[in-house]
Ligand binder design. Structure first.
Ligand code: DC
Length: 241
């Protein structure tokens, strides 16, 4: 969402009475630029933005801090129902504390992927995510936005890129933020994360039914965004939004 409008709520709270606003979903593995593209599209359309990965990252951080086992489905489901998360633009708050830098590390991404395999975690976050679909519309990025969370989205995109290029992009991102990074470790970590995200039983990463594949390998962000914008305009025109 333009998350400033979102009130503090527990991650597991589900008040969704149905999705009443148009949604565009952007799924794909990490390092494809989907977060950047989702942000540009949301700004362009004047819609809200949901970075669903931030929710999994924040829950994983809360689990680490509270000593909750990252492999314990039930305990993580309970934790998701307790913690309060607020998304405010780029800033993410956990129980009132700004945890934005802490959830953006490579370790936090790997932890997020681990907690995300659990059915009780995914069930707890479902309503939270659907509640983000409010007028005038929502751009949602993640892994299962089109396949599970918003199956009736007006447009479902799947962004992909070669593993080598994705690792290079992540390396540059981390370096630009002044964080420690090692390319070989990143390639290996990406491979592990891809396998886990694609291989899990619950809402695996996949091209959703009716999804459109956009390959961003060797393309600039501007080129990818131009392609995505054309697809969005066509989808919105054809659905009368
Ligand atoms: O998009 P990201 O790198 O911030 O996501 C971190 C992890 O969270 C990712 O490896 C898998 C999980 N995730 C998920 O399972 N479903 C989503 N919709 C978003 C993220």
């Amino acid at each position: 969402m333009t998350q400033a409008q979102q009130s503090i709520q527990s991650l597991g709270a589900c008040s969704s009475a149905g999705i009443s606003a148009p949604v565009i979903t952007i799924d794909g593995p990490s390092g494809t630029g989907k977060g950047t593209i989702a942000g540009l599209l949301a700004t362009h359309l004047g819609w809200h933005l949901l970075d669903s990965g931030a929710l999994y990252r924040t829950l994983a951080l809360a689990a680490r801090r509270q000593g909750v086992d990252l492999d314990d489905n039930a305990a993580l489901g309970r934790l998701a129902a307790q913690v309060e998360v607020q998304l405010k633009g780029e800033q993410v708050q956990l129980d009132g504390e700004d945890v934005s830098p802490a959830i953006r590390t490579a370790e936090a991404g790997a932890d997020a992927s681990r907690v995300a395999v659990h059915p009780q975690v995914r069930a707890a976050l479902l309503g939270w995510q659907r509640d983000a679909a409010v007028a005038p519309g929502l751009v949602a990025d993640g892994r299962d936005m089109g396949s599970r969370v918003f199956p009736d989205a007006v447009l479902k995109l799947y962004l992909d890129a070669s593993p080598e290029e994705r690792a290079q992009r992540r390396y540059k991102q981390l370096k630009d933020k002044g964080m420690d990074a090692n390319l070989r470790d990143l390639v290996q970590a990406l491979r592990v994360r891809d396998e886990r995200d694609q291989g899990r039983a619950e809402s695996p990463l996949q091209v959703p039914d009716g999804g459109i594949l956009v390959d961003s390998t060797s393309k600039s962000i501007d080129e990818v965004f131009a392609q995505v914008l054309d697809l969005a305009r066509a989808a919105l025109a054809s659905t009368g939004v």
